[in-house]
Write a protein that binds this ligand. Sequence first.
Ligand code: NAD
Length: 347
Amino acid sequence: MKLKYSNLLKYVEKIFVGYKLSKKHAAISAKYLVDADFSGVNTHGLARVSMYCMRLKKKLIKAKPKIKIKKISSNVFHLDADNSIGMVAADMATDLLIQNTKKNGIVLVGVKNSGHYGMSGLFAEKAAKAGLMVWCYTNAPPFIPPHGTIKPLFGTNPICFACPTHIKGKPFVLDMSTSSTNRGKLQYALKVGKQLEPGMAFDKDGNPTIDPVKALTGGMIAPMATYKGSGLAWMIDIISGVMTGANHAGRVKDPYNDLTGPQNVGHMFIGFKADLFLGKNYNKRIKENISIIKKLPKKQGVENVFYPGENKKNIKDTNMKTGVVVDPKILEELHKTAKDVGLNIKI
Ligand SMILES: NC(=O)c1ccc[n+]([C@@H]2O[C@H](COP(=O)([O-])OP(=O)(O)OC[C@H]3O[C@@H](n4cnc5c(N)ncnc54)[C@H](O)[C@@H]3O)[C@@H](O)[C@H]2O)c1
């Protein structure tokens, strides 16, 4: 059965309110998670609701955080998220980035004491739709071994860049983990009882495995493109962890298994006005750039060349009309999460 966007949104919002988030923060968090499922990224959406709720219940995420914004200059802001749910801190940082980049051309927003924020691309898309060229970085709990080691230390630290394309409201959004796969795909495989693709993961002794249990209990994910992916993950740990005052060097806590304290994830958002140098000429040039690439001769079997983000936006547009199928195990988990705080709600 396909479930509608507005119904899922209301359902998840109510669950979060049941776990004491304010209505506003519940609505923001629910929107980013439901949007992830509707964009085809079901690893970073509804499948994570129970984890956030478990951490809210254990007060490892603050339901009513007092997020502080320190203005260092008109271009530089430092947020202390006070252990808020990650989507709320990241959404606030994105709004700050948009408002100030519009005024000042180029802005940096660093965030500490945050949590897992889901899909980077959704924050980047919001900023690109407001006319920004944007970079979003976040660190994550240890899972990738630095090149030459067998110790999982870097997170799957996603790298994300977006810019306006002026093509049918679909910005360019390159949003990718720096690992061969992302942790969410392992969690999802575990939940729905699937095996992993060969070459993605290792067990705790560094042996290849297709078993998500082995990969998730002390195992590791291979970095993307060996030392290059390891280097990018390290760069992101420096910019979002070392620089902001968040945890770094393998100390970001695992949101599922480490209940010894808040995660203290760090994020970094960097924004430029896309038309900073060329004014309206930017619009013409970006369209020209994409059009040249789309018209290149295609490999056999390829019908369309997509720019990053275009495929996910196409999936979302379709899903918004038809609704999405949610795996029965994920639905069951959502119902249980609601019931655990005495909520008797239905989708
Ligand atoms: N918050 C965290 O700690 C965390 C950690 C890791 C990953 N993530 C999120 O997980 C999500 C998935 O990451 P991923 O590495 O699996 O991404 P992915 O492999 O699905 O996509 C990577 C990029 O490639 C583009 N792409 C995919 N197919 C394409 C095609 N045919 N033509 C052109 N471009 C194409 C996508 O639009 C995207 O920009 C991301 O949203 C990321 O932010 C979050």
